[in-house]
Ligand binder design. Structure first.
Ligand code: PBG
Length: 329
């Protein structure tokens, strides 16, 4: 990099002196096209439930989804991400509710696809944690999460969700080899146009707390997820994860959580020419909202947090702020 000149010839403040010059020279920006809106679903009718520690985020029964979706479609949010709150009595050791073609996700997929067609994309998690009694993303035996046995179920979950109209399948389970196997079976079953967004770089993180409560898995989670989700001390390992997932057929990759991992987002962006998405997770949202509520920080911190992802190289951001930030864009 060549720097010509020095102070006093060079005064970098000149490019910051007014609002118009700052706008003219800005290096990154946020638009509605960068936003993915997570939505929690609960069974029953006429329900809009508040969620502990996620102010402004609700669980909707399927019939109430229009409340949030009409606005999302009108504002041109490109995609939503669906998560089910599964009743305890429907959870079991193998997470078999994941394969019920009338589970909450399937009901929601059918409803949304019928009503909104292709006006908005739908992304669904592929993982068992909302459905298992132990809260893990896979099959849990003798204190181990079984990799290959889990993939067999994830394949079925993927096919089911694709059949119900899911546009983008997002395996968030961190099993080895699942992207390749899911891609293969999607193709074999004529779902070659269903996309795979791999949560390729997902860390075993403390920032998922409010989410686990939102899907009803926090109370039952046994132990932690460190044998499959990544160690937050590592970033080179993220390159290996992404390399494999791209080879296996991922269309896009996700880094998660978001803000504490901006270095990882730029590392992946530098090393791979593939869309990199970021997930600003529930704990991050919760902290910012709490700070605003207590007047420790102001509302502008939301935009700052989202632009940080763009600056780091994210193509899009999954964020609970998606429907709230639009009025500022
Ligand atoms: C489950 C999943 C998690 C999140 C998205 N999918 C939690 C976990 O892995 O325990 C977290 C999202 C958030 O915290 O907002 N596979």
């Amino acid at each position: 990099m060549i720097i010509t000149g020095k102070y006093p010839n060079l005064r970098l403040r000149r490019n910051r002196k007014t609002d118009w010059i700052r706008r003219l020279t800005e290096e990154s920006n946020l638009s509605v096209n960068d936003l993915i809106l997570p939505i929690f679903i609960v069974d029953g009718k006429n329900k809009k439930q508040t969620i502990k520690n996620l102010p402004g985020v609700y669980r909707y029964s399927v019939d109430m989804l229009t409340q949030i979706l009409d606005k999302a479609v009108k504002n041109k949010i490109p995609m939503i991400s669906l998560f089910p709150y599964t009743k305890l009595k429907l959870k079991n050791h193998s997470g078999s509710e994941a394969l019920n073609d009338d589970n909450l996700i399937c009901k929601a997929l059918r409803f949304i696809k019928k009503k909104y067609k292709n006006e908005i994309g739908i992304m669904c998690d592929v993982a068992l944690d909302p459905y298992t009694s132990h809260g893990h993303d896979g099959i849990f035996k003798k204190n181990k999460i079984l990799n290959d046995e889990t993939i067999e179920i994830l394949i079925k979950q993927s096919l089911l969700q694709a059949e119900m109209g899911c546009d983008v399948l997002a395996p968030s389970d961190m099993m080895d080899g699942r992207i390749g196997k899911i891609r293969k079976s999607l193709d074999k079953n004529n779902f070659e146009n269903v996309q795979l967004l791999s949560y390729a770089v997902k860390y075993a993180s403390s920032f998922y707390g409010p989410f686990r409560n939102a899907v009803g898995s926090s109370k039952n989670l046994k132990g932690d997820k460190k044998t499959y989700q990544m160690d937050y001390k590592n970033s080179l390992e993220a390159i290996r994860e992404v390399t494999l997932d791209i080879k296996e057929g991922a269309d896009m990759v996700m880094v998660k959580p978001g803000m504490p991992y901006l270095d990882v987002i730029s590392l992946i962006k530098e090393n791979f020419k593939i869309p990199v998405l970021a997930y600003q997770v529930s704990g991050e949202y919760s902290l910012i909202m709490n700070g605003i509520k207590k007047k420790i920080i102001d509302e502008k911190s939301i935009m700052e947090s989202l632009i940080a992802f763009k600056r780091a190289g994210s193509s899009a951001i999954v964020t609970y702020f998606a429907d709230k930030i639009i009025k500022y864009l």
